[in-house]
Design a binder for this molecule. Structure first.
Ligand SMILES: NC(=O)c1ccc[n+]([C@@H]2O[C@H](COP(=O)([O-])OP(=O)(O)OC[C@H]3O[C@@H](n4cnc5c(N)ncnc54)[C@H](OP(=O)(O)O)[C@@H]3O)[C@@H](O)[C@H]2O)c1
Length: 367
């Protein structure tokens, strides 16, 4: 039920490229020792270092105990040669001769056209024939109609969609989940906790709604149980960067079951979603695909501040406190007002966020 997502491994300091290797390896191996058998990575995670750390963690007998899933970054390739170049590097990094599950990464309308133009699926089928990969799938970040088009266009073994109780009707959403499952695709869920947003204590009015269900759970357990309750979900991947998070999620997985939530619990989560939407939360999942901002603005961090600010809408002193924190934590040259509106972040954002507008909102509210 629980797969290990390696986009959010523990790091040293603030640099995403600097994975705390001993700790990351300890977490991955501990997860496998407890029965986790699906490890998800991708070419760009941790600026290329996630695949390499997975390779190290799976040395010895660990490799045989898991399925490795990694991805071809369609958004970065220009020619057919790029496919071979990246693919070769992935085997070196992962230190394996076989990748069990191979995904076309973050398909959207534009990247799907590129898949067709460069005949990427023919290329992938050749890799299956050579025994290099096991099965072909895709991960997805766009609207439902694009999802249906992609599902219908090929005999995929599996797909990976963003799904959590906030995003029930966002991107592929519940309709996409059912559509794919009905066509025989195994559906793997990413971002079950909305990248961490659902793992922290919610604002008091949302907590009150959850409490009304009569059930006590941690925020992360609420989020994960909602996902696992769906019969169509094969695996939920969570990015876990500490032993506490890993052990909590393993325990949640051990207590999970299909259709396990009562109507009262489902209603409490539906009400929570409504309240999250009312305060206008920004659905940044902190995937950090926008990390190449030429102005070095930490966009996920900025949007976390903006989300915090929005939840304190009726509390001026709490808002003033967030404003103070923002200016204390973020150096002048990296604050939102430095945005030059180049739009690079928007072209890569899997959530299709209007980042430029949100940065100017941040500058107005917090600076
Ligand atoms: N293919 C794609 O386009 C794509 C996109 C996104 C993700 N993915 C894959 O899917 C995986 C899962 O997505 P995700 O990492 O966004 O999963 P997620 O479970 O929604 O978010 C992970 C974050 O939630 C927090 N968390 C997890 N368990 C917790 C717990 N028990 N208690 C408190 N906090 C907890 C941590 O946040 P903090 O870091 O704040 O502690 C962690 O970094 C990724 O790691 C990646 O492998 C793929």
């Amino acid at each position: 039920m629980l797969g290990f997502g390696t986009m959010r491994l523990p790091i040293n300091g603030n640099n995403q490229a600097e994975i705390n290797e001993p700790e990351a390896i300890r977490l991955i191996r501990y997860a496998i020792d407890q029965g986790v058998n699906y490890i998800d990575t991708a070419f760009p995670y941790h600026e290329g270092n996630s695949e390499a750390v997975v390779g190290k963690a799976l040395a010895g007998t660990y490799r045989q105990k898991v399925k490795i899933a990694t991805k071809m970054p369609i958004f970065s390739i220009q020619t057919k040669n790029d496919l071979d170049r990246i693919f070769e590097l992935q085997f070196k990094r992962l230190k394996t001769g076989h990748i069990d599950l191979y995904l076309l990464h973050a398909l959207m309308k534009q990247t799907w056209s590129k898949v067709e133009e460069l005949a990427v699926l023919d290329w992938a089928e050749r890799q299956i024939k050579k025994g290099k990969i096991g099965q072909i799938g895709f991960s997805f970040h766009d609207e439902l109609d694009v999802f249906r088009e992609i599902v219908d266009a090929y005999d995929w073994a599996f797909c990976q969609i963003q799904y959590n109780y906030l995003d029930e009707h966002y991107q592929a959403g519940v309709e996409g989940l059912r559509y794919a499952a009905a066509r025989g695709l195994a559906v793997v869920v990413m971002e079950p906790l909305a990248g961490g947003l659902l793992a922290v204590p919610p604002p008091p009015n949302i907590q009150r709604e959850l409490d009304k269900s009569g059930v006590k759970r941690t925020p992360a357990d609420w989020g994960l149980q909602w996902v696992w309750s769906h019969p169509e979900v094969v695996t939920a991947l969570s990015g876990m960067n500490s032993m506490t998070q890993l052990q909590d999620n393993l325990e949640s997985a051990n207590n999970s079951a299909v259709n396990s939530l009562t109507q009262k619990e489902i209603q409490a989560l539906a009400k929570s979603r409504e309240l999250f939407q009312q305060f206008g939360y920004i659905g940044c999942s902190k995937c950090r695909y926008c990390s190449k901002c030429p102005q070095h603005i930490d966009i996920p961090q900025t949007l976390t501040f903006l989300n915090e600010f929005a939840t304190k809408r009726r509390d001026l002193s709490a808002q003033a406190q967030i404003k103070r924190e923002y200016t204390a934590v973020v150096p002048t040259e990296r604050r939102a007002n430095n945005c030059i509106r180049c739009g690079q972040c928007e072209s890569i954002c899997p959530q299709h966020l209007p980042v430029r507008r949100l940065l100017s909102e941040t500058a107005a509210c917090l600076q």
